[in-house]
Write a protein that binds this ligand. Sequence first.
Ligand code: ZN
Length: 198
Amino acid sequence: MMGKTHFTIGLATSLLVMRPDSLGECAAALIAGSFGGITPDVDTMNQSNSSRVFLHALVTTLGALVVDFFMDLGICEAILANQTRALLGLIGFVTLWIFGYFSDHRTFTHSLTAMFLFSLCVGCIYEPLALCYMAAYLSHLLLDMLNKKKIPLLYPLDFGVAFKFCYASSKVDTVFWYIGGIVSAVMLVLGFIFSITA
Ligand SMILES: [Zn+2]
């Protein structure tokens, strides 16, 4: 699947898991979903079309954090209240990120092993992000399983899954991209409505 498809499906999955009814939850779901959906492809981050998607995730995250900071939504406050744990989580996350960056495509980062390790680090940074991040990460693995190349779910064990249902840049890819975008937009609008009517 293309990076932009993983981005929107990751967002949609995260928002569906969070089911936000406050602006703080909307911001948390955006951060977790945008990064969770694309983290596995850190192993192709040096390619231009892939790095663009990572830039989108970074902008989404920074935007959500700025809104959180100025509107006192609670994420920055909670992170600062547990600085040591958050710092350890961040160091772990960056270490895994670097290891993934230098890994071959669809090896370590495309496994449940990496999903649990990355999610653990995210949970140390800010606990409410962990489940949404993990769900978005899982959405990436499931989508990639539709392609022809096996996904090494139990890395480093030599066990892979591929359903050979479709290929990157196929129509199916575009359909998933639209679904992810529409579901994300609907969930965000609902989250906003609930936040102002609560
Ligand atoms: Zn992938």
